[in-house]
Design a protein around this ligand. Structure first.
Ligand code: SAH
Length: 273
């Protein structure tokens, strides 16, 4: 499955703290014994077909989170609220996305919190947009720019499916034309040539604000450092994150055989007055 847009047509936010049991309209994650998971929006009367068998949404509604629910083939599926990590991993995408390990650190480094005004380009599939939108809360806002209409439309669907549309304005524009915002708290670029837009980024940000970008190759980082050096940015940092997953078995704890060895280099800076 994994199509957040189609699976989640209703408008309710990701973080649902209210009920100890699954409710109609809730986003739910079902995990089979093989650890494969399915994300769905609970709808009375609807059915879910998995390779473990069929389940009626009605069997899940009013069931406690954290319960095993058997499919009609008798296979147990664990019912959980999805984490932001689960949602990003299952997002429908037609572009590369910012992975959870990087997105979480970006929030920390750029101090993105409720009430922040954040600018972003390109929107892509909206993976980072949804993480930013969740972090800025109902009092903050994300202004996200994208050059491709098809990609912008997918991001719009993804955000709508998560009930986050109100927190993000998606604009169809080449950012070489500049950003509409001024005095933003943070601006993040995820596109191939961020060095071409450092002036536009500086103009959109408040003095002392946070700038960041992600780049897959070291060559791009070198180009970016050259551009940042001459244009009103300081406290420049280049970082890379590795996450090594482990087989979580007490008797033979060891790393998994494979890991995602590279996503991108992160470049951060602060705007100078
Ligand atoms: N951060 C996104 C992925 C971005 S992919 C996510 O997590 O889902 C990079 C996007 O930048 C592409 O969709 C591309 O169309 C867009 N892009 C490239 N150059 C651009 C420009 N000059 N202005 C606006 N968007 C641009």
């Amino acid at each position: 499955m994994g199509d957040v847009a189609r699976a989640m047509p209703q408008d309710s936010v990701i973080v649902q703290e209210s009920s100890p049991t699954a409710q109609p309209g809730d986003l739910a994650l079902l995990i089979g014994r093989d650890r494969k998971s399915v994300l769905l929006r609970l709808e009375p009367g609807a059915e879910l077909h998995t390779h473990h068998g069929t389940l009626s949404h009605d069997d899940l509604i009013e069931t406690s989170w954290g319960s095993y629910v058997p499919t009609r083939m008798g296979r147990p599926m664990l019912l959980l609220r999805p984490s932001t990590d689960d949602i990003v991993r299952q997002l429908t995408r037609t572009t590369q996305i910012v992975y959870p390990k990087d997105a979480g650190y970006i929030l920390m480094k750029m101090s993105i919190a409720p009430g922040c005004c954040v600018v972003e380009a390109g929107t892509g599939s909206g993976a980072l947009t949804l993480v930013l939108a969740q972090a800025v809360g109902p009092t903050g806002h994300v202004h996200s720019y994208e050059i491709r209409p098809d990609v912008r439309n997918l991001a719009r669907k993804n955000l709508a499916g998560l009930g986050l549309s109100d927190r993000a304005t998606l604009k169809l524009r080449d950012i070489s034309e500049g950003f509409d915002e001024h005095g933003a708290d943070a601006l993040f670029l995820d596109l191939p040539n961020p060095w071409d837009f450092v002036e536009q980024a500086h103009a959109a940000l408040a003095s002392g604000a946070f700038f960041g970008c992600i780049l897959p190759t070291a060559n791009q980082v070198i180009e970016m450092l050259g551009a940042l050096g001459g244009s009103g940015f300081g406290v420049i940092e280049v970082e890379e994150l590795f996450v090594r997953p482990y087989k979580a078995t007490a008797a033979r704890l060891r790393p998994m055989d494979r890991m995602v060895a590279h996503t991108g280099y992160l470049v951060f800076a602060r705007t100078l007055a």
